[in-house]
Ligand binder design. Sequence first.
Ligand code: HGY
Ligand code: MN
Ligand code: MN
Length: 415
Amino acid sequence: MRYGSTILEQAEVLGAITEEPGRVTRTFLTPQHREAGSRIIAWMRDAGMEAAFDPLGNVVGRYAAENPDAPLVITGSHMDSVVNAGKYDGVFGILTAIACVKDLHARGKRLPYTFEVVAFGDEEGVRFGVTLIGSKALGGNFDPAFLDKKDANGISLREAIRNFGGDPDAIASLKRDPRKVAAFVESHIEQGPVLLNEGLPVGVVTSIAGGTRVRVRVTGTAGHAGTVPMPARRDALAAAAEMVLAVERHCLERADTLCGTVGKLAIPGGGAINVIPGDVEFNVDLRSGDDSRRLAALVAVEAECATIAARRGVELSWEPFFHLSAALCDTRLQARFAASVAAQGCPVRHLPSGAGHDAMEMARIAPIAMLFVRCGNGGISHNPLETMTAEDAETATSVLLHFLEHFDPASPGTH
Ligand code: HGY
Ligand code: MN
Ligand code: MN
C-alpha cells in the first residue's frame, strides 16, 4: 500500500488536534486550527510543495508547473470540523491530494498545470455561523459583512483573523482568476450509505444539493408550571416542537427530493423545570438537488409554522439566513474521473451529494468535479463513528493521481 495507511495515520494525527479532549471539534482560527494547519503545511512541504497559511487562514500548497504561465488546477477540502465530528470529513480531500503530489515529486514529474492543494479553514461554519468561508474567498463570493459576525465569546471574524496573524483587508485578493483555473476537483468521504450498500470503493459525483438555513424564533408567555391552566398557555417550546415535526413530516412526504433537519434548538437562558418556556430558538436546514423544490418547501414549511403559531397564540420569527444553489459537476470532468475509476478496475457509479462541499463555491470560477470514497459504519458522518478503510483511501488516491496525470487543461470542461 503506497498511500492508504499513511493517509489514515495522518487523519488520526489531525483528529487528535481538538478543542474538546475525547472528541473531534476543530473550528476556525483557533489554536487547534493553527496546529493542524502547521501539520498540513509540513506534510505539503515534505511532498515537494511550497506551502503556507494565506491571509484568511486557509493552508495553500502549490506544486508549480515548469511553465510559469501554465493554467491552474485546484483541489482540496476543509480542515475544520463540526462538533464531535468524524476524522475524515474534509480532511481526506486534503491528505489524498498531498499523497498524489508526493508520488509525482518522488518521480520528478511535473504537471502541465500548476496544482494547488487547499485546506480551507472553515467550511462547516461552526464558530461564526457563516459556512464555506475559505472557498467563498477563493471563489470570489466573500461578503465583507461576514467580518462583523461574532462567535459565542463576542469575538468578530475580523478580530479572529487579526489574532490569527491574518489580514482581513487582503481577503478580496484571494479570489482566483477564473481565466486561469482549468478545474476544481474535490475528494470527499461520501457521508452516506450508497457506496457501502453497493460494495463500491469510490463514486463520481453528479451534483451537490443546494441548501437553505433558517433562524426561527417562537415567542409565547413564560409562566408558572403549576398555576397556569393548560388551555390558557402560550407555550413556546410545545409550539416549536410541533413545528419541528411539521418540518420532518413535510420532507418525509417528499423524501425522494428533500431533506429537512432541525439540528439546533435552545431555550435562551436554558429554561427551568417549573417554568413554561416563553422563548425558543431553532434552526432549519432544508436541502434538495432541485432548487425549485427546495424553495417551494421553504414557503410551504413557513406557512405550516405560521398556522401552528396562530393556533397556539405565539409569535413566529422566520429568518432565512443562508441560501446555496445546487451545483452541477461538469460532465466532461465527470467522464474523466469515470475513466480514472475504470482504470483502477473499479465499477463506475455516479451519485449525487446530499452534503454541501467547498466545490459549490469554487463552481463560481471553474468547472468542478468530486470523487466520493466509501463511508463505513452504515455511511454515518458528522459523528465520531465515521470511518473509512486504508484500502479505499488507497483506491481513491490512485484514481485521483490517474485523473491528475491524464488531465489536459487545454480542454478542461464545459464551464
Ligand atoms: O452541512 C454540510 O453539508 C457540510 O458538511 N458542511
Ligand atoms: Mn461536514
Ligand atoms: Mn465536508
